[in-house]
Design a protein. Structure first.
Length: 217
């Protein structure tokens, strides 16, 4: 049974649905053209999911999570990045923050994102199994059925045409589902990369800009 977190990530794929296998074909559909290259972009829905995951893993006390939020709040009023980090640190220090705790807690959130990455890959595999692999099996079955009917009963052209229509539709759907899954995978990668890079950058800036001796003074 999928975990609660995995179910949430699987909801990213709600647009990918398999049509009813017994649906009556209408007109013949042309085979799908090769899917265009996926253009990765950040996705607001994915970003919200990751942000909620970080919030849900928030450690007790003032750590990197609160520090990052405070930096975002202060950023419009403090143009200097160095001053921004130092000001946020001084505020956090009143609540028990230390440079070491900020850096260590940043690593904690990187691990949280790593866990989400693993959950997402599991969700992708599940979606491939449900919306691509199953259709590929059906396509193989359809192909076998076409060959058998053609060899045994050439006169049943209507049935063969129906199978041909289903073949084209399934082939088109496979291409569409693959393209949607790859787009979502690419969007997830682009979005999580931004989160990871931001945390890594912030960790470096904390190390660069915040001096314990100066802050204590």
């Amino acid at each position: 049974m999928a975990s609660k977190g995995l179910k949430k990530l699987a909801s990213l794929f709600v647009e990918i649905q398999e049509d009813k296998a017994d649906a009556k074909p209408s007109v013949a559909e042309a085979p799908a053209a090769p899917a265009p290259p996926v253009q990765a972009e950040e996705d607001k829905g994915i970003a919200d999911t990751l942000q909620k995951a970080l919030a849900g893993a928030n450690m007790e006390g003032f750590d990197y999570f609160e520090f990052a939020q405070l930096c975002q709040q202060l950023k419009p009023n403090i143009p200097s990045e160095e001053m921004l980090f130092q000001t946020a640190y001084m505020s956090g220090k009143v609540m028990g923050a230390t440079k070491q705790k900020l850096i260590q807690s940043a690593d904690h959130y990187l691990q949280v994102l790593g866990g989400k990455q693993s959950e997402f890959e599991e969700a992708v595999k599940e979606q491939v199994d449900q919306t691509v692999t199953s259709l590929q099996k059906e396509l193989a079955s359809v192909d076998a059925g076409m060959k058998s009917k053609t060899e045994l009963i050439r006169g049943l052209t209507e049935e063969i045409n129906g199978l041909a229509q289903r073949q084209a539709k399934v082939t088109s759907q496979i291409a569409q589902n693959k393209a949607r899954i790859e787009q979502i995978r690419a969007n997830f990668s682009a979005t999580i990369a931004r989160f990871v890079q931001r945390i890594k950058d912030d960790g470096q800036k904390i190390d660069k800009y915040i001096q314990e001796g100066a802050a204590n003074g």
